[in-house]
Design a protein around this ligand. Structure first.
Ligand SMILES: Cc1ncc(C[n+]2csc(CCOP(=O)(O)OP(=O)(O)O)c2C)c(N)n1
Length: 276
């Protein structure tokens, strides 16, 4: 149960960094802003409450690992890493520009705090499972958290990893699905239906928790339940809204990837400032 102070801190941080994502999107000409907004509260809860990490020592062997399997959400990850002190926030002014450390998908070799390069969908869960099993093998007690998009669940590699995770009882791995119900150009259910998603993961041997992915109380309760689970890997299916917080972007596949001009930026910031 979050205290009022903790909840307010998480909500204020989420709002402040949503604004930063909009600013970066404006300055670099375009990002995957829709999915950055839907995944946002999951990343904020992890980075500001749970991850055992040290920004002064990004390669500390016993750090918790974070895998953004939906690598196109990298802009949302980058603003958080900057805010946590992994690198100078001013570097974001050149996001995705030639010569900057950032591509649209973050590279672990150039961006401190990134554990693995992602972007080719469907590979984050297998990588996260490898990290979890590797940690166990080495007697390290870190936890691995992996955020997937719903569209990437249409990749077969996810289901191979899902099978292996339960076979090997990878309880030091917690996965999330950013279930915003949209992929690049339309609803997931008309492109390649995923439902009943909870039943599918249950059949693959996972414990499934279904939550509102923008509600910090539900997110934090689910993460703590996952941390305490000792029999099965846990997947948290987070019901989210693509474009969350920017009224004219919400639930619009057209805002999967886009830029904003100055007028749209100001409208977006105004909408975010009205969020509770
Ligand atoms: C293997 C692979 N195929 C295609 C793409 C191109 N691509 C980028 S984002 C995307 C789909 C985005 O939808 P979803 O996965 O649901 O992401 P979200 O809505 O959370 O942004 C696709 C197909 C890719 N990055 N990787």
């Amino acid at each position: 149960m979050l205290s009022n102070k903790e909840r307010k801190f998480l909500e204020d941080t989420a709002r402040r960094l949503r604004e930063r994502i909009v600013e970066v999107t404006y300055s670099c000409g375009g990002t995957h802003i829709g999915g950055a907004m839907s995944q946002h509260e999951l990343l904020i809860a992890l980075y500001y409450k749970y991850l055992n990490i040290d920004p002064t020592n990004p390669r500390w062997p016993n750090r918790d690992r974070f895998v953004l399997s939906k690598g196109h959400g990298g802009v949302g990850h980058a603003v958080i890493l900057a805010d946590k002190g992994f690198f100078d926030t001013a570097l974001l002014d050149d996001f995705n520009k030639t010569g900057s450390p950032f591509g649209m998908h973050l590279d672990w070799q150039t961006v401190p705090g990134v554990d693995v390069s992602t972007g080719s969908l469907g590979h984050g869960l297998p990588l996260a499972l490898g990290m979890a099993l590797g940690g166990r093998q080495q007697g390290l007690d870190y936890h691995v958290y992996c955020v997937m998009s719903d569209g990437e669940l249409q990749e077969g590699s996810i289901w191979e990893a899902a099978m292996a995770a339960s076979q090997f009882k990878a309880t030091n791995l917690t996965a999330f699905v950013d279930r915003n119900k949209f992929s690049l150009d339309g609803p997931t259910e008309s492109i390649m239906a995923l439902e009943p998603l909870d039943k599918k993961f249950e059949a693959f041997g996972w414990r499934v928790l279904s939550i509102d992915g923008h509600d910090f109380d539900q997110i934090c309760e689910a993460i703590e339940t996952a941390q305490a689970e000792k029999e099965k890997p846990v997947i948290i299916i987070a019901d989210t809204i693509k474009g969350k917080g920017i009224d004219f972007m919400e639930n619009q596949a057209a805002w999967h990837y886009a830029g904003v001009d100055a007028a749209m930026r100001d409208k977006a910031l105004e909408s975010i400032r009205k969020m509770k």
